[in-house]
Write a protein of this length. Structure first.
Lengths: 113, 113
C-alpha cells in the first residue's frame, strides 16, 4: 500500500530562517511526488513536482525539494522563509498506475516576523 | 485561480439530511477527484472519475456517492448526514496521464448540526 509520512506536524520559524520539511513515502515502484501548499482559507496549490530526471526539483516561491530514492524521501527546502510562507504544506505521491494522490498529514508552518 | 469551480462555498445542514456538492473541472481536464479534509483525518481521497467513468475509489462511505456528467462536471452526494461528516470537501481535476498534477478547487465547507 502507498503511504506518505510527514514527521513535523508544526514548525515555527523566524523570518529569514532556513526551512526543511520532511517527507517519506512507502511504495516500491516508480512514483510521482508533489508538494502542495494551503494558505489559510485557500485551496491547495502546487508548489513543485518530481516525475523523473534531476532529483533536485525547483518550484515556485523559492522552494525546492530533493528526491532521494534510497531513503524514500522528498524533503522540501527553502533557504530563507518569509512571513507570507505561513501555511500548511502537504507532501503527496502518485504510485504506479494509480492516478489518485495520496497525501501526508501536512505540516503547519508559522513564520514570525 | 486554479480553474476548478466548486459550489456552494458553505453549506450548513442538519443530521439526517442529504446534500449535493458540485464541481466543474478546468477546461480540458477529463479527470475529477473528490477529497475530504477534516482535522482528525487529514486529506482523504474519496473517489475519482475519468470522462464519466469511475476510476478509483478511496475511503468513501456507502452513504456518499458521486457521478461525472457528459459535460464533465461532477457531483458528490452525501446522504443521512452525521455530525462527523462536517469537513471541507475538495474537488480536483487533471488532464489524462500519470504525470499530470491535480489542480484543486476552493472547496465546500460542510457543517452538519
Amino acid at each position: 500500500a502507498q503511504s506518505v509520512s510527514q514527521h513535523n506536524h508544526h514548525v515555527i520559524l523566524s523570518e529569514a530562517a532556513s526551512l526543511e520539511l520532511g517527507c517519506n513515502y512507502s511504495y516500491g515502484g516508480t512514483v510521482n511526488l508533489f508538494w502542495y501548499v494551503q494558505y489559510p482559507g485557500q485551496h491547495l496549490q502546487l508548489l513543485l513536482k518530481y516525475f523523473s530526471g534531476d532529483p533536485l526539483v525547483k518550484g515556485i516561491k523559492g522552494f525546492e525539494a530533493e528526491f532521494i530514492k534510497s531513503k524514500f524521501s522528498f524533503n522540501l527546502r527553502k533557504p530563507s522563509v518569509q512571513w507570507s510562507d505561513t501555511a500548511e504544506y502537504f507532501c503527496a505521491l502518485k504510485g504506479g498506475g494509480y492516478n489518485k494522490l495520496i497525501f501526508g498529514a501536512g505540516t503547519r508552518l508559522a513564520v514570525h516576523p | 485561480d486554479s480553474g476548478v469551480t466548486q459550489t456552494p462555498k458553505h453549506l450548513i445542514t442538519a443530521t439526517g439530511q442529504r446534500v449535493t456538492l458540485r464541481c466543474s473541472p478546468r477546461s480540458g481536464d477529463l479527470s475529477v477527484y473528490w477529497y475530504q479534509q477534516s482535522l482528525d483525518q487529514g486529506l482523504q481521497f474519496l473517489i475519482q472519475y475519468y470522462n464519466g467513468e469511475e476510476r478509483a475509489k478511496g475511503n468513501i462511505l456507502e452513504r456518499f456517492s458521486a457521478q461525472q456528467f457528459p459535460d464533465l462536471h461532477s457531483e458528490l452526494n452525501l446522504s443521512s448526514l452525521e455530525l462527523g461528516d462536517s469537513a471541507l470537501y475538495f474537488c480536483a481535476s487533471s488532464v489524462r496521464g500519470y504525470n499530470s498534477p491535480l489542480h484543486f478547487g476552493n472547496g465546500t465547507r460542510l457543517t452538519v448540526t
